[in-house]
Write a protein that binds this ligand. Structure first.
Ligand code: PLP
Length: 458
């Protein structure tokens, strides 16, 4: 074939591709702009194949587009059923919000509000006043500010108080917080210099003492919230650090991460609470809103009045400020803590479930599925649920799961089928057995889970 003839044949094949409209007609019902995008991408793919010398039939083009369309709903954010037993699951949205929290979000978001408007004077108000008041009462702090998450809290604190100065941190506390973010990188973006001291497993008071210099602005203690250093270890407590820092005229900052408000809970063991850290002498404590507090994603910095005011006045505060929906959910969360109604926070409701209750639910669910399936083995099993989300490392909570195995379908395949359903169910695997943990499974989700198991294993 001469080159011109080859070009003609190529052009003919390219021209024989269907128009965008015809591809769209063969797709399921999708938003128009999405369908156009998928059709164009499929046609681009077909053109590339043709130019590479392949033949592409109409059916193949349509197949390409249909596959992309089938992927589409899974790319959208969608509710999933958490059967992992991990209660604070960062990849699944940390913690669910309850009725009171959601009602507050809705009431504020659907209209105008006094977000930053003082109804008494008719002038500009303070968007953090409500949260601050509640935090002061709950934690004994003199004041507090709220930002988008705890990483932002650390960032703005160091930027406002330690810019171009040194912050002393133990090497045993330089942590990665997931998603490849490392706290030391967040800290240095503030313009502060990290002065690392001690070793991974042992840091002594003398290490801190030696490191304090004229350029020091603060000691930063970081709670090892997602790991535990065990064995031959040495850390310095808040009281000792506070005495040292204050004697030398610098601040003690404490990144607490998990943000336990109430010390009185059996399950949380020796997890330090915000109130205790402040009481023991930390000037500022930083923590997340969506870990043990049980609220929306946000970061809280609480502590002494003067440093809080310097943080509040820093320009980064404007860049890191949470929106009205977050603040509405946070205010509602803090109200529940103040009212002693933490059982209305889904996280704490999950924690409060007794092992007996979970055993009964697991047994009933297993039985209802088991009687409808022949080959699969479905049974209740005692397991351990964890807090997750960088909270309470090493603290387990006894739980019950529905354990699923099948002679012909492997655990990974069962897990995949559960995950790729219309209402995805996320389960965990232990020793080749799929486990659906009742600690995080909501009672209203059980019918859906039973139906899913029967569907994917029949
Ligand atoms: C979770 C955690 C963070 C990060 O908090 P985000 O709210 O996710 O930004 C930082 N420090 C510690 C100690 C944590 O546990």
């Amino acid at each position: 074939m001469k080159p011109e003839e080859r070009d003609d044949a190529l052009n003919l094949r390219l021209r024989s591709l269907p128009p965008v409209g015809q591809v769209i007609e063969n797709l399921p019902d999708l938003p128009h702009a999405v369908a156009v995008g998928i059709a164009r991408a499929a046609l681009d793919g077909a053109r590339a194949l043709i130019r590479a010398g392949d033949e592409v039939t109409l059916e193949e083009v349509l197949d390409l587009a249909r596959k992309a369309a089938a992927e589409h709903p899974r790319n959208a954010m969608t509710p999933v059923i958490n059967a992992t037993g991990v209660m604070i699951h960062t990849n699944l949205g940390r913690v669910p919000l309850g009725r009171a929290q959601l009602d507050a979000v809705r009431a504020i978001a659907e209209g105008y509000s006094n977000l930053e408007y003082d109804l008494v004077t008719g002038r500009r108000g303070d968007r953090y006043a409500r949260a601050r008041q509640a935090l002061v009462t709950l934690t004994g702090a003199e004041s507090a500010v709220v930002v988008n998450n705890n990483a932002a809290g650390v960032l703005v604190t160091l930027a406002a108080l330690c810019f171009s100065k040194e912050v002393i941190v133990s090497r045993g506390e330089l942590i990665e917080i997931g998603g490849e973010f490392r706290l030391p990188d967040v800290m240095t973006s503030s313009g502060a210099t990290l002065r690392e001291i001690g070793t991974t497993n042992r840091t002594h008071l003398a290490d801190y003492e030696r490191a304090i210099a004229p350029e020091s602005a603060a000691i930063l203690k970081v709670h090892p919230s997602n790991y535990r250093v065990v064995g031959f270890t040495q850390v310095v407590g808040v009281r000792e650090l506070a005495r040292l820092a204050h004697g030398r005229g610098i601040l003690l900052l404490y990144d607490l991460g998990s943000g336990l408000i109430d010390d009185e809970r059996e399950w949380t063991g020796d997890e330090p609470s915000v109130a205790r850290a402040l009481e023991e002498g930390a000037d500022l404590v930083m923590f997340s809103g969506d870990k043990l507090l049980g609220g929306p994603q946000c970061g809280i910095v609480a502590g002494r009045m003067d440093p809080i005011e310097r943080i509040a006045a820093h320009p980064l505060m404007r860049a890191l400020r949470p929106d009205k929906m977050t603040l509405a959910a946070l205010d509602a969360t803090l109200e529940l803590h103040l009212a002693g109604r933490t059982d209305e926070l889904p996280l704490w409701a999950m924690v409060a479930r007794t092992s007996n209750e979970l055993e009964e639910r697991a047994a009933a669910l297993a039985a209802s599925v088991s009687e409808r399936l022949e080959a699969a083995k479905i049974e209740a099993r005692a397991v351990a649920a964890v807090a997750g989300g960088g909270s309470l490392p090493g603290t387990e909570l006894s739980s019950w799961a529905v354990a699923v195995t099948h002679p012909e379908i492997g655990a990974a395949e069962i897990q995949r089928r559960l995950r790729t359903r219309g209402r995805p169910i996320v389960a965990r695997i232990e020793d080749d057995v799929v486990l659906l943990d009742l600690r995080t499974l909501q009672p209203v989700e059980e019918t859906e889970v039973a139906a899913a198991l029967i569907d994917i294993l029949s």
